[in-house]
Design a protein around this ligand. Sequence first.
Ligand code: ADP
Ligand code: MG
Length: 735
Amino acid sequence: MSKNKSSESVKVVVRCRPLNRKEESNGPAGCIVQMDLRLGQVILRNPRAPTSEPQKTFTFDAVYDANSKQGDLYDESVRPLIDSVLAGFNGTIFAYGQTGTGKTYTMQGAWLDPEKRGVIPNAFDHIFTHISRSQSDRQYLVRASYLEIYLEEVLDLLDPNHGNARALELRESPESGVYVPDLKSRVCKSIKEIEEAMNEGNQARAVAATDMNEHSSRSHALFMITVECSQPGPDGRKHIRVGRLNLVDLAGSERQAKSGVQGERLKEAAKINLSLSALGNVISALADGRSGHVPYRDSKLTRLLQDSLGGNAKTVMVATLGPAPQHYEETLTTLRYANRAKNIQNQPRVNEDPKDAQLREFQKEIARLRAQLHHRKWSKQKKEQVDGEGWERDGDEETEGEEDEEEGVEKEAEDYVKLEERLEREKQDIREDQFMLADEKQRLLGEKEMMMGVLRKEQEATEQLTAKYKAMESKLLVGGKNIIDHTNEQQKMLEVKRHEIAEQTRSEREIQQQMLVRDEETVELRETFTSLQQEVDAKTKKLKKLYAKLQCIKAEIQDVNDEHVRSRQELEQTQNELTRELKFKYLIIENFIPPEEKNKIMNRLTFDPEEDQWKFQPLVPAESKSSQMKKRPASAVGYKRPISQHARVAVAMGAHSRYRAENIMFLELDMTPPNSASLDRSAEPNLSHSLDNSPTKDRGVRKSRSWCQTPKSITSSSSNVSLAACHTATPMTAQ
Ligand code: ADP
Ligand code: MG
């Protein structure tokens, strides 16, 4: 099952966007973020601190400044991850940062401008180009799903019913980790199809304007691509590798006061902040490594990212920053989380031949349909041979292999047309034959007509089967076949060179970072002093350095404390909001819902910790359903109970004590006729007649009564007859 089981840390890259117009005109000039691209360092300046205070430096796997291009970020930091997904690993890329810092820009970008296309469209290109250039013995199945987490509910963005659809549940299995069982997945055969799926989902996504971003995402969006690849292994059997790619665009973290939101937006913001702080807690717990418990279950977002953070996945986190001085605190928080995330260790492994691979199902279905088609063709040929009515075929009889499948199908259609024409000709001949008797002509024409009918039906069935087969087969992409790669050799060379350069830049940066660390460690060891003064100087320098470090750490502690205070204040604010809402709901419940109804509801509620939700218990517990169900009444009042054939015969033969109990009609009844009815009837004979004809309950009662008086009149086993007998006896009883 697993291969290459080794651990690797989450890759963290940081990107800073340019100042926007509002920030340029608003705040004091200048950016607070500086970047050293060569070393992968971010240097943050506190705009309110004195200039003597040392600046904060953070080191990451890569950093991208305001002038960085989308393509650079992709080639250096994302391309290796997508290559891993194509090799069967799970991969996740998520953008993390304050609202309006460029998460959506980084993940999606401007689709129409090739220079500004983000990670997601570039990943689409990458995946389908890879398939188009791979060897022809590989088969691929690419599926896409798109979901959002809005107000802590998981919603399917590809569901046409998105607006009214109910929230989806999360499940966990040892094989595929945390997954969403009812999430729709769409088979995509080209870049165009997967882009359509993405656009459709984007239209349905919850977006609203806040003060900080005109199109702020109010939900976390997760676009999932599953690439299944089947390839013959050394053992000659086809092996399937499944790579899952999660592309996550998080909703932004924001201070409620800053984003200027109210009402529904505030509720959204509270949920977003809660799930982001849950994400922060998960990152802290994982980075810490000491705490055994990782609070994945605190939010839907952390549950969905469970495999990506500390599990079976390769993960890239893009932390986005704004350079404006007014967002210093948020920028620092983002950098801190990003810095912590670097320490998270994942255990990625190749998903080989998993049980839930859809590609295998598809291959089986295609093989079944192909076998059916072949069988059809074969049995037709056999029939023709038996009938001795084979018609001339041009070319080979058998079409072998998948390549000739299409030709074979076309030939099939041609053959049907030929046979139909021949039957038509034969019919014409029969009609024109003057020596044949009319009866004989009619018979032969009928026969031919029947043959044509059978032929047409067969043709229809074959066409349907062929269409189904083609539709299934077209879902699978064959390496280097279905998608045509339009890039010429020169462009390909250029691409290869670009990737090489990106690779080189990355490894250079890694070496630089390692050198920097080593320099710091060894420079002091190598120092030798020629005079005492020199030693004093060197040690003073060292002391100053260490003192600066101490100051840095002290400032860090102060910052962390401030941050804690701030987040506590925010949590309190959220709590106040929620308490106010709770009081409002209580008020309604206490004043408008009767206490007994409330108790009934309360007794039926149970908390499901798995889904973090209150649920209603069914009214009747499942196990005692049968015992508590009311029994069906044995017979409706006034109607005889259905009795067995044997009992009926026994009744007809004479009273047998055993069957007496079967019919209450045999019991002693009070035979006094009802007064009012008899009076009415005797007074108004017409009315009595009309009553007799009307199909009412009254009539039924009288029927039974009379039936019990004349048990001997039943001679037939049919209930119709017994009813008829009752009917004839009715007037007698009434009189
Ligand atoms: P977020 O998703 O983090 O809330 P957006 O991606 O919507 O933020 O970005 C907010 C605005 O900033 C958008 O208008 C976007 O075009 C712009 N922007 C973000 N990053 C960059 C960048 N690197 N270069 C140019 N413009 C950017
Ligand atoms: Mg966004």
